[in-house]
Design a protein around this ligand. Structure first.
Ligand code: PEP
Length: 256
């Protein structure tokens, strides 16, 4: 049984005070959030203040990125221990915005993933094809390449701490969502690839999240798919009531 994860990626949104308001509203209205695994990923500057407000809540905090070195002359970068001490248990790695805007490659995804694991952080490794790649019939080649490169050198034991987020680039922030059939097909292929890399037992346990314009109106349908084990949510995670509704859809899907 793979427990559903509902993760909110706040991207470069929310100052410290705005982040505090959002997390307070989430805690107040979130209900039975412990029935699924809820994660929020604020910007670095707000990590600690969000973590402090969470207190005994079951919600966990994720960083949106990290660098693979422990310390040193890397202006502008943040190390695994820095985000860990700020309260993070999780870290998003290789988000398509990092790949497309900041030149992230499968190799750097791999280095960040290994560094996160080395600091006992749980990586959410993002993969997904662009519209051009989908139209050219390359979707599964791209996903395979990203999995081969991003997870290179990892052991079966490491994989117990890895979550994959399938985020078709054409669905992120566009309002376009993958159809349930497209999402299920991609997730199934990802699990089959993980099975060929690490064995069927490992692949059965890895949670694969869907990301790309998930919102209250489509969450239950997507979260109920057999190989969709949760959602990585951008835009809709910035409004407490929408995020709460998606969490409720996750709780509903968990029961099915
Ligand atoms: C994301 O940023 O991971 C994402 C899925 O964004 P959105 O939900 O806004 O499409």
């Amino acid at each position: 049984m793979r427990k559903i994860i509902i993760a909110g990626n706040w991207k470069m949104n929310n100052t410290i005070s705005q982040a505090q308001d959002l997390i307070a509203a989430l805690i107040k209205n979130g209900g039975d959030m412990h029935k699924v695994e809820v994660i929020v990923a604020p910007p670095f500057t707000a990590l600690r203040s969000v973590y402090d407000i969470l207190g005994q809540s079951s919600v966990h905090v994720a960083a949106q990125n990290l660098f693979w070195e422990e310390s040193g002359a890397y202006t502008g970068e943040v190390s695994p221990m820095m985000v860990k001490e700020a309260g993070c248990k999780w870290v998003i790695i290789g988000h398509s915005e990092r790949r497309q805007i900041f030149g992230e490659t499968d190799e750097t995804v791999n280095k960040r993933t290994a560094a996160a694991l080395g600091s006992e952080l749980k990586p959410i490794v993002c993969i997904g094809e662009t519209l051009e790649e989908r139209d050219a019939g390359q979707t599964f080649d791209v996903l395979h390449r990203q999995l081969d490169g991003g997870l290179k050198g990892l052991t079966e034991e490491n994989m117990a701490k890895i979550t994959i987020a399938y985020e078709p680039v054409w669905a992120i922030g566009t309002g376009k969502t993958a159809t349930p059939a497209q999402a299920q097909e991609a997730h199934e292929k990802i699990r089959a690839k993980l099975s060929s890399m690490f064995g069927a037992g490992v692949a059965e346990k890895v949670r694969i999240l869907y990301g790309g314009s998930m919102k209250p109106a489509n969450a239950l349908e997507l979260l109920s798919l057999p190989d969709v084990d949760g959602g990585l949510i951008g835009g809709a995670s910035l409004k407490a009531h929408d995020f709460v509704d998606i969490i409720k859809a996750g709780i509903e899907a968990e029961k099915l």
